[in-house]
Design a protein around this ligand. Sequence first.
Ligand SMILES: [Zn+2]
Length: 536
Amino acid sequence: MLKKYDFDKMPVVEIVNDILVDASKKGASDIHFDPHEEFMKIRIRIDGALQDYAEIPNAVKKNLVTRVKILAGMNITESRLPQDGAIKQNIQDVSLDLRVSCLPTINGEKIVIRILDYSMSSSGLEALGFSDKNYEKIMKMINMPNGIILVTGATGSGKSTTVYSILQKMNKEDINIITVEDPIEMNIEGVNQVQTNSEIGLTFASALRSILRQDPNVIMVGEIRDTETAKIAVRASITGHIVLSTIHTNNSLNTIERLLDMEVERYLLSSALTGIISQKLARRLCPKCKKKKATNDYEKELFKKVLHQDVNEIWTAEGCEECGNGYSGRIALQEVLLVNQEIKDAISSNMRKEELRHLVYRSDVTTLLQDGLEKVMNGETTFEEVLKLIELDNDDPKENDDNLQSALKFTKIAQESVSDEPTFTEMPKYEEKIEVKEEPVVAKEPELEIKEEPKKTAEEEIHEEPAKEEKIEEEIKTTQVEDDWSMPEVEIKEEPVITKEPELEIKEEPVEEKNDSKKYSYADIDDDEDLMNMEF
Ligand SMILES: [Zn+2]
């Protein structure tokens, strides 16, 4: 049902206001203004799916685009170059915080508005749907004195939500938190947030270097996108800082590989890596109309294999007046890996991928598939949603892969889900690399060749000698020049006192101080779309 406007009578200003307010009230995460030859189509995204909203005749199109650009503080005389802007105001008593981007196409300017909605996810880390076990692991990660914690997932998987929630959890008077972000998606009181600006050379990497001179306890890097940022982030995390960041990968194992692909040295990574939180968003079953159904043979088999449980009944989507299709809002499926010594050793010793994989999934990790199926059992989402989201070939955990694979072949959904998985197309570069590596894995791990670098000796020494930290410190010093690693001397001097550092105090603080995070306004925006819809 398209919304109808009386374009002869209604001023453009009011039409735009109505679109913004109405979409926001409907819980949309984005509004798209798509120019076509004959008209302009407006679509809104709700729970991850775009739907048609209205059509704007060509006679009004230009004025409407201009109005949006004025609101967003853009240059209205420029229509040939992309522009970014923001709208932050109260319209019709609705407080709007919008990011606007404008892209010239052959049919005119296409505008996409992202609706940032803090209200939906202001309840903190506890409300993000982590299982008790996963929540405990995250608390352990953030209470360590240093190390790097990575939140991973595809675009729109709610990474920023999790990162901001963790930051709020760590945000205490005696902790100096500095972030470098692009864009800053939410202001957190008491946190020093830096917006990157590549035009003037303020990149993630250059900002990070300066941040290190500011005596931070916790550094949040919006996203690790390149080798330089990856290297600095990892190095910062072994010199007495907690580094929190996001990376665009599917699961724990791929994250380790991606970082190695980014030429992060194995011995540094193994020393630095504290934990990996991977997540995906599944549509949440509408509580009003969800219906119980008996599990079929295939579902039974998968529950048995993955959760070791006999599950005879699960919930299914029905659809009612309120939700339409049986779903309302979304929930996150999570995999949390707390990196243990065994995994650290495996990373530094260049263990074959298959072995590393077994090690990772033999540790007490709950995989995305397990977490998803548990949420199916609890009636939070459906079997179909979980299968659609999860790459079964990667995520089946501690089980016999062959059996699971053959079981999955019985289902059409499983096959579709593998080919539907969007992640690969979204990040071609790295995925291609990984693909190439994955194939020869059985015969011979190509990464072995990397080991032949001269650094190997240093690495070995580090593992043989007890004074590991010192060695790493030395290594940093010696590699400073070649890596253009211009960390200030002051920082390096700090290293030997790692054990005495104030961060240790974090450890002593009671974990239960959960709710003080609530006083900070909380938002959940990624550079991803949609996450505002995430309902936890
Ligand atoms: Zn419903």
